[in-house]
Design a protein around this ligand. Sequence first.
Ligand code: MTE
Ligand code: HPA
Ligand code: MOS
Length: 781
Amino acid sequence: MMSTSRVENPAGGVSGKAIRHESAPLHVTGRAHYADDIPLPAGALHVAIGQSEVAHGRLRELDLSLVRAAPGVVAVLTAADVPGENNYGAVLKDDPIFAFDAVQHVGQPLFAVVATSMDAARRALRLARVDIDVLPAILDIREALARESFVLPTVRLERGDAEVALGAAPFCLEGSFSLGGQEHFYLEANVAVALPQDDGSLVIHSSTQNPTEVQHVVAHALGVPAHEVGIQCRRLGGAFGGKESQPALFAAIAAIAARRLGRAVKLRLDRDADMTMTGKRHDFEADYRVGFDAGGRILALDVMLASRCGYSADLSGPVNDRAMFHLDNCYFLDNVRIVSHRCKTHTVSNTAFRGFGGPQGMMVIEVVIDAIARRLGCDPLAVRQRNFYGIGTRDVTHYQMRVEDNIIADLVSRLALSSDYQARRAAIARSNAASSLVKRGIALTPVKFGISFTATHFNQAGALVHVYADGSVLLNHGGLEMGQGLHTKVAQVVADEFGLPLSAIRISATDTAKVPNTAATAASSGTDLNGKAAQAAARIIRGRMQDFLAGKYAADRAAVRFTQGEVHIGETHLPFAEAARQSWFARVSLSSTGFYATPKIHYDPKSMIGRPFYYFAYGAAVSEVAIDTLTGEHRLLRVDILHDAGRSLNPAIDIGQVEGGFLQGVGWLTCEELWWDREGRLKTHAPSTYKIPAVSDWPEVAHVKLLERADNREDTIFRAKAVGEPPLMLAMSVFHALREAVSAAVGDGEAGARAAARLMAPATPEAVLRALGALDGAGLS
Ligand code: MTE
Ligand code: HPA
Ligand code: MOS
């Protein structure tokens, strides 16, 4: 095997080039096919799901006689109609496909209607008579904590002795922080199209990040072996973690109907159904006590984290673990205790969302640092820098992993310089003094994000590469294209292995029949895993061609090179297509699978000690905001970002991920608010009531750069780094800039510090007014 080094990513190759997304023309012209665009066979049926209107209760009677009799209705399904296991739980078996006894959240599926049209199915739903004995519901985190209502046991992670160190610290502070959840708002809602085959097996087009899990859940629900179920997906219209576990529910319902009726069945949710039936980012409550010295260095930290998991575990275990692992962000925490409660509430089951708990953990330490800086009356950036991990010293995380690739101090200094942070901070202080109604703020926050699934066994991938006798290449791998550019990057890797232009590589739909036993495309590791697996497959084929051509042309094997669409065999040059044709004619196999498993990672899930991450991705952002102190409205005026994508495989795509991730994070922390009423009904269940950032929210001044000469020190695909999730956390700078502005509005010093600490996330205009004290006495605070 060649070593992974610069030579291997040749100038003249396509890796490292800013190349547009393989489907860009299809996306912008509307010609891209999503699952909903697949033409249905004659006689296809449509499904709509009957949902609970009660948050918690016992299902006494489900009278569906009128539903059955409604026009167009072909079948009605309930828990009794599930041939196998009535469950789609990702980790625990606590997610019924259809509720059968306990009803645990408003929106929970109770039954499904299969009809000749979507419209008929939806109309029939309304005729159901549902009798539920209503029980008291637990609807928020603090209430769940008080009642010790948990979906999973509480987890503790400790290093040193936080209690003793708190007692000895010259300064101590305590506080609390609330952090809202987030709706994924992928543009494509959940969809599943189940197509029965002549042998009784099923092919399902599912909008999923995790075809293998959908395959297994469907097989269990039907009570058949996995080889009777094939899952396919060409692309997703966005996923963001929201399609890691829960699409299995919809595929299972479509499959049960299709199997029973022997007809094609489509289930596509409308926006309201999707928002009320699927989980979101976990909201968190945190309480902390911190001890520090006069320079702002943290000496002791004691944190209680509590998250809203909803009614079931879903992925809440690993999400909350990741929150604990990321509580350090870029900072060395010596004496630390983290207690993490996984609260059970009678709301929809929360799930993966870009960052997977990491953002929540990181926000808590950033809020702690902010409080320390205000207490000491110094620039929060100075306190951040004082607490950074060292190089060769103070470099072991609270879970005992050495931070070997630390570049944060240097990256932050560069960004502070290039963004003119210090001068702008001084200028903002002057302009705030002169402006009574509009106040500005600026903040720089860093990011360190661990790359790998924390569950070690997920860190594997497979690929299947065919070279056809005309020299064209078909690539298939286990990853899902959801807009993030995975297919483009993996195609770039394969093109370079064969020395071909990108146009010679075609990627086909992800399919459990082609690559089995895959992990979800998640944890930002899609390119790291599938890129390496595809590279391995391509290398096997290339090696066979090399052997054959070296023999045929009596050349040294090492003298057979693949470059610029040709194969050079000593003095002989063949077009790649001719080399492929000759290899085929000589009966050389031109198809291969490839496999990859991430090295070095391990950890003990009980103690949480080990090396859960292969490496870290870094970044930092400086954001400048203005708030209107009368209305609480605010604007992001300027952002400067320096992000570490390692040796970027495709800077155009990576910049897109950085910008998109950042703005999605801005939405989470500033405008997206989930709101349930006292009956547990989600009132923000549509774009009319749930506000995501718009194009107009992008700042007028934005300098977004990838760190240069940033080769990954680990042997990743062409030394690149994962880029999918980390940029979301760059948005922490916007929240902290808002805290600066709030503090400035109230007056620096004690009052300003108190006001800043009152600002919770999301920092909506109401939250800003509340922090300013402007709602006190208005009955709204
Ligand atoms: N980018 C787009 N356009 N759409 C998405 O759904 N999901 C994000 C990120 N970027 C997402 C995205 C999430 S949550 C993850 S984990 C990664 O992409 C997954 O893809 P990757 O591993 O190939 O980066
Ligand atoms: N990240 C994202 N998705 C996951 C993880 C993780 O660490 N573990 C299980 N699913
Ligand atoms: Mo991303 S939350 O790991 O799908």
